[in-house]
Design a binder for this molecule. Structure first.
Ligand code: RUQ
Ligand code: CUA
Length: 867
């Protein structure tokens, strides 16, 4: 009775939908009205909406700000794809909860102090010949001067280095055009050594600088022993950029406290902010890193501080490798043009962006045409003589990105912090062209490869500091707001707001997705952090538990859906190491691992080996389990750590007398299990036949799934052998369990096999023409699925072959859909009504829709073999 009610209500819903079906555009208008959307909104939606399964053209790496992580998302969809654990723990990935990741995080300890947070600022993608190569990502931590390297083949952090002389770091990371070095500029002036120096001796003992980290581009590792720091006055060095092409070999770093003001508000002195913005200009530092790198190799040119090579100011000056140019009041961003000919500096407290000409700077340096020297003896280049032009942009210009028409039209985009705008202007003529409002207070802006030699244009992302009224209220702390702007048209268009609840975004970099080449799985037994074979690599059959003194080593494996071993018994006080290898080869078959209360967790992607070590300092029973819902038997993927106190005597519990099954009952259950397995196997065989008949091997994704399914299937004979042995030994209880295991493998095989079949059907079915597509839509929306399933008899007859079931089939079906009642007395229809206890209802379809449905049914018949 119930099911009839359900069927009837489905029909009713179908009829209702059928009435409004009219045309998609009426529906669209209705939604627009309901949600208050404009045409412009629809256009923005169409430009960003990515249908299920769709991909993005660009991948963005955004600083995760105070989270100490990196956020990965796609453009134009703005869908978040990953958080990468960098300087701080990230539980999902086990980042900071297993031995291997703890080791990487410990590389970031400073002077013996463990630091569990970071203030990530500027991500940078490695470059070859001035364009992104998609291999490595670097990012800095401003709070605790550190730099991290992330491998873009698996999106995992591989190295953290601590700056040996700085006490903060802001102007990093910036790659040189061939990734020879990574530039890291300090921020707050401080002594290079680790000693106390009174603030009154600021000018004498506090210093700023730029560290040039040598980068091994093949291995993707910073080489600290080959790196050096260029000593600079304590002017609060800010952002940096590397020269390219004509300015290759040079670096540019600006600063905001040429006053060298030291504050003291509590002593009645004006605060930092007043003293630091007194001068009309600050200094852009220009340095020849190529020359300095050579000089730094010679011991007599460097001071060794904290085991690190520092090139003193006077050595750099003597070798014509360090200069200053005044730049308007408290500048912020410095951005070199794609051809390296111009350097654009934005003055935070000035309404201008200043464009410097590299050609002019070079000439002035060559002719030693200087305006003077700073107190440390560094030559100062005359600002007016070096400037190409100045653009009046608005209030608070901060950062710039280039567009594809940079060469002929000087296309550049600059963020205006105070005005909350993005300005499009021409850096060759210094003329402003367009402005786009953003909400609110934009800091950085991210162009698509917008600071490489080959900017792609299309979009700019505004990374805003405030969100105020943009999103639902969630308490006083608002999310950050990334806004996507289309820059293809004459006017810029705001497309999308993306709230990010993970720290201030600072800077983001975008790369074409096609330039990334990521791994699907690890080579079996790999440590993700070294890329080498892990010492704990364990293959199937090699599982073991080894005791060495009071350290117990568990060599374990994980595969759908069990952890081997399942019982681990140790003594209280033992140190325990679990080595775990994920034996899966299938894409996305990740397992996780944790043990009750021991605060360990790890993520095991296919092929990966990881270790977790802890002291079993508490007696008790501690379940461990897989933390990813990896299969239908995920909950069963578990085991027990049993910790006993060796000094305690345990009395055995009195055994309960449980009712036992009779031999007949056991035999019946065994027979039933075997029969179920047989039936399941028949289903598998039919799927396998379908896959083979339709040449699954021609489609790589399908092939991968089939390989995995057959892999599961291949484990059955071993279990069958064990089952048969148990039968022979008269232990039916055990045999049933092995038969159950066989069934588990069959279910896994069928699960993956059916997924493969569905995928294959999609790939080989003939494509639908427009009328067929419309017909399919009408079929779905008209409520036909309430009773009909293609390829199966359900609440109504199967529709495969319906067109040839009647004489003049097309005409018959058309009449029947348009006016079912007229045929209720037809003997065939009458018999159907009796059989299904249901009548075909009038769905109120138009003639056109019915014609389309008939076209769709023709497509069904053509592909009948696939259903
Ligand atoms: S900075 S908002 Cu920390 Cu890159 Cu300019
Ligand atoms: Cu493996 Cu859940």
């Amino acid at each position: 009775m119930k099911s009839i009610v359900k069927r009837l209500s489905l029909i009713a819903i179908g009829a209702m939908v059928g009435v409004t079906l009219g045309s998609a555009s009426t529906e669209l208008e209705k939604v627009m009205k309901e949600r208050g959307l404009s045409q412009q909104d629809l256009l923005a939606a169409a430009k960003t909406y990515t249908p299920s399964g769709g991909r993005d053209k660009y991948i963005v790496f955004s600083s995760g700000g105070q989270s100490g992580q990196v956020i990965v998302y796609g453009v134009p969809s703005m869908r978040i794809l990953k958080y990468i654990g960098v300087f701080t723990p990230e539980p999902w990935q086990g980042w900071g909860y297993d031995d291997d990741t703890k080791k990487i995080l410990a590389e970031g300890n400073i002077r013996g102090k463990k630091i569990t947070w970071g203030d990530t600022h500027h991500p940078a993608i490695s470059e070859t010949d001035g364009v992104y190569d998609g291999k490595w990502l670097a990012i800095n931590d401003k709070a605790n001067p550190r730099l991290a390297i992330i491998d873009l083949s698996d999106f995992v952090t591989k190295q953290i280095v601590v700056n040996p002389v700085f006490k903060s770091d802001h102007g990093g990371a910036f790659f040189t055009p061939n990734s020879e070095y990574i530039i890291e500029a300090c921020q707050y002036g401080a002594p290079f050594d680790n000693n106390y120096h009174p603030i009154e001796e600021y000018k004498e003992t506090y210093r700023g600088g730029v560290t040039m980290w040598k980068f091994d581009h093949d291995k993707g590792r910073i080489q600290p022993d080959k790196s050096f720091t260029i000593e600079m006055p304590p002017y609060m060095q800010d952002l940096s950029d590397a020269g390219k092409e004509v300015s290759y070999g040079w670096g540019f770093t600006n600063s905001f406290n040429s006053e060298m003001y030291t504050g003291g508000i509590e002593k009645g002195l004006p605060p930092f902010e007043a003293g630091m913005s007194r001068n009309d200009t600050d200094f852009l530092h220009i340095y020849n890193w190529k020359k300095l790198a050579k000089l730094a190799k010679d011991d007599k040119n460097v001071k060794i501080i904290n085991n690190h090579r520092v090139v003193p100011i006077d050595v750099a000056v003597k070798n014509d490798a360090l200069f200053l140019i005044p730049e308007p009041k408290s500048p912020h961003g410095v951005d070199v043009s794609p051809d390296g000919k111009y350097i654009v500096v934005c003055g935070k407290l000035d309404t201008h962006a200043t464009v410097y000409s590299w050609e002019k700077i070079q000439k002035l340096i060559k002719n030693k045409d200087f305006a003077g020297k700073d107190p440390y003896g560094i030559p100062i280049i005359d600002m007016k003589k070096a400037a190409h032009c100045q653009a009046e942009l608005g209030l608070g210009p901060l950062h710039s990105q280039y567009g594809p028409n940079w060469k002929d039209k000087g296309e550049i985009y600059t963020s205006l912090y105070v005005d909350s705008q993005v300005a499009r202007w021409n850096y060759l003529t210094c003329k402003v062209e367009d402005k786009q409002n953003v909400n609110y207070n934009i800091g950085h802006l991210c162009g698509m490869e917008g600071k490489t030699r080959d900017p792609q244009g299309e979009y700019i992302i505004a990374l805003n500091k405030l969100a105020i009224d943009r999103f639902n209220e969630i308490g006083p702390l608002h999310p950050q707001n990334h806004q996507l702007i289309d820059i293809r048209g004459k006017k810029m268009q705001l497309l999308y707001d993306m709230p990010l609840p993970l720290g201030e975004p600072h800077q983001a970099v975008a790369i074409r997705a096609s330039k990334l080449h990521t791994k699907v799985r690890y080579k079996m037994g790999t440590s993700a952090f070294t890329g080498n074979t892990h010492e704990g690599k364990t293959l199937a059959g090699q599982e073991k538990i080894v005791r060495k003194g009071n350290h117990v080593f568990v060599y374990g494996t994980m595969v759908r859906s069990h952890i081997n071993p399942e019982h681990v018994t140790v003594n209280k006080g033992d140190t325990v190491t679990f080595y775990l290898t994920n034996l899966e080869r299938a894409e996305d078959e990740t397992h996780g691992f944790t043990i009750d209360i021991y605060n360990v967790h790890t993520s095991l992607e296919p092929g990966k080996t990881v270790s977790v070590t802890f002291k079993a300092d508490m007696e008790g029973v501690f379940p461990y389990y897989c933390t990813e819902f990896c299969s239908a038997l995920h909950l069963e993927m578990m085991g027990y750590l049993l910790v006993k106190d060796p000094n305690k005597k345990y009395t055995a519990a009195a055994k309960l007398k449980m009712a036992k099954m009779t031999p007949q009952q056991l035999k019946a259950e065994y027979d039933k299990t075997v029969a179920t397995n047989k039936a399941t196997d028949a289903v598998i065989q039919s799927v396998v036949k379908f896959l083979k008949d339709n040449h699954f091997e021609k489609y790589p994704t399908v092939k991968n799934l089939v390989t995995d399914a057959l892999d599961q299937y291949g484990k059955i004979p071993e279990q069958k052998k064990k089952s048969d042995e148990a039968v022979k030994a008269g232990d039916l209880e055990k045999a049933i369990l092995f038969e159950n295991m066989i069934w588990q493998y069959m279910v896994k095989t069928a699960d993956v096999g059916i997924r493969a079949k569905d995928l294959l059907v999609k790939k080989i079915a003939s494509p639908m023409n427009e009328a067929q597509k419309r017909g399919h839509e009408a079929y779905l929306e008209g409520g036909c699925t309430g009773c009909h399933v293609i390829g199966k008899v359900s609440s109504g007859p199967d529709l495969v072959g319906v067109l040839s079931r009647h004489k003049d089939g097309e005409k018959w079906v058309k009449e029947f859909i348009l006016d079912p009642e007229s045929k209720y007395k037809d003997p065939y229809v009458e018999s159907m009504i009796n059989y299904f206890n249901l009548r075909m209802p009038n769905q109120g379809m138009s003639e056109k829709q019915v014609e389309d449905i008939i076209e769709y049914l023709k497509w069904v018949d053509k592909n009948a073999n696939l259903f």
